[in-house]
Structure formats: C-alpha cells, structure tokens
Design a protein around this ligand. Sequence first.
Ligand SMILES: Cc1ncc(COP(=O)(O)O)c(C=O)c1O
Length: 317
Amino acid sequence: MRPPSPVASALDAIGNTPVVQLQRLAPPDSAAVFVKIEGFNPTGSYKDRMALSMIEEAEKRGSLTHDLTVIEYTGGSTGSSLAFVCATKGYRFHAVSSDAYASAKLNTMRAFGAELTIVHSPNGKISGELIQEMISVSATIAAQGGYYQTDQFNNRDMLVGYSGIGHELLSQFPEGIDAFCGAVGTGGMLMGVAGVLKEHAQDTRIVALEPASAPVLTEGRSGQHHVEGIGVGFVPPLLDSDLYDEARAIDEALARTTCRQLAEREGLLVGTSSGLNVAAALKLARELGPGKVVVTVACDTGLKYVDEDLFAAPAGA
Ligand SMILES: Cc1ncc(COP(=O)(O)O)c(C=O)c1O
C-alpha cells in the first residue's frame, strides 16, 4: 500500500479511517463484525469530522469571523476537536466542560490553547442535570457578546462531517452492510451515517444505542452512568426516528469488559462508548448469523482513558 501524499495542514488528516474485522471476539457461527477505527483522526476521535464541518459551514455562511470566540459545552471530545480545528484556523476557543470527564480530554483542550470553564460534578457521574448546567453556563458566557456558539445538540452542520463516515463505509463495503449500530450522544454520528447508508440501501438495519442505566430512547427515563459522550438524559433534537430501525440499551459493565477484551484479544485500544458499540454489534451479529455483515465505529482511542479505571480490571472480570 502506498503511503498517503503530503497534506497542506493537520485538518487534511481528518477522515479516511481504517476498518478492522474482529477475528477473535466474533464467533464463527455469527455474522462478520467490522469496526471503523475513528481513533485515527488527529485528536483520536470522530469528533474531528464534526468540529471541522461546524466551523467550515459557519465560515461559508459568514456567521463565523475571526473577531469572534468559538464557545461550546462539551464532555471534552467535541471540545478537543474544536480546540484543534480552532488552533489550526486561528480562532479563539472557550470550552465549558466538567470534572466528570477524562482529565486527558480537559488537558488536550488546554494543550490546543483553549480557555476552560469547569462545572463540578459532585459524584463524578454524568447526568442530564450536569449537561443542562453546562449548556446554561455556556449560554450565559455567550450572552456577554463576541462569541460564536457551535451548540452541538442543535447544529445540523455536523451532519456534513459525519456523512463522510457513511461515504467511506460505502466504498469500504461495496457488497453492502446488513446492520450498522452506534451509540447516541447528540445523535450526529448515527444520523450522518444512517442518512448515507439508507439512501444507498433502505434495508440496511440501523440500530441506535444507549447505556442501560440511562434508557431514554428505549424506556423514556433518564439515569446516571459513566459512558462519556452518550446517554445525555433526553432525546437529542438531531435524532430522527425515521432514520433508525430500533433502539437498544447496553449494559455499561459489558461495554467496559468489551473494551478490555478488544485491547487484549484484538489489539484495539478504544474508549468506553466504542466498547458499548462493539458489544451491541457482537449481539446483532449473533442474531443475524453467518454470511451477514455488521459494522460499527470505535468513536475514539482508548488512550484518552488509560489514566481512568477503564482498563484497570482484567478482560475476564
Ligand atoms: C466518546 C464519545 N462517544 C460517542 C459520542 C456520541 O456521538 P454523537 O454525539 O455523534 O451521538 C460522543 C459524543 O460526544 C463521544 O464523545
């Protein structure tokens, strides 16, 4: 394989991520399971795709100019990606985040020169209340003037970036995809990919995922959990029920065990939401059986979580 050609800036290194087939976790009597490894993006997360499109679509409309500071409420992944894109393009960036999220993400935003406002989580957990507080702190700061709010829960510009995953999957799977699953935070990734896959083949099964301890989509009730980036405590405005076939709740402990198994048995170091995606993909693959193709994404690299407790217990635990 030829190495990629030189590029003009780090922004050109976003996307074109590899897909890896699970060799040991998917049993032979199940469908084949493939994982698109989004940790290969510059900040180690698929959020680079949406950060770039949120900034560039706003630039095209003329609503973002260099006299404005970009501001976002963020668990740290979107913030790291926005901080990276803003640093590359010369914008100031202000993140409103929380100490409930991995310190690696908070420090990554700082490394890219972002200003941070931290909302304290009393028990270190993620809940709908915490996210609402981050949203309200961000809106209060923005009201002072001089800010461009990317407002990720309501920003359809991100679908442009995420549709890239869908188009790449179409060329990586010319024979088609039987099922695609992904966890929902803003719902942007799932909607961006589902839009492309459904337009190409209406019968591709799209499955939306959430943590079982915060079953908003499956049972209509919220709850606390510690799967960063998903299970936000309400149905996100971007999530269109016409674009997915089914919602499933996945146990957080299973997601974490799957992360450790992916590292130890497949050599894939991925984050907690990615473990949740793969746990669901393996279940779908058992249901669909041999000859079928199930695809999911590893949202981000596990390097963001090695200082947390994610990889602390052995895979068998
Ligand atoms: C680590 C991680 N996984 C999954 C998601 C969910 O992605 P989306 O917001 O596109 O639904 C996010 C979003 O913040 C995230 O940070």
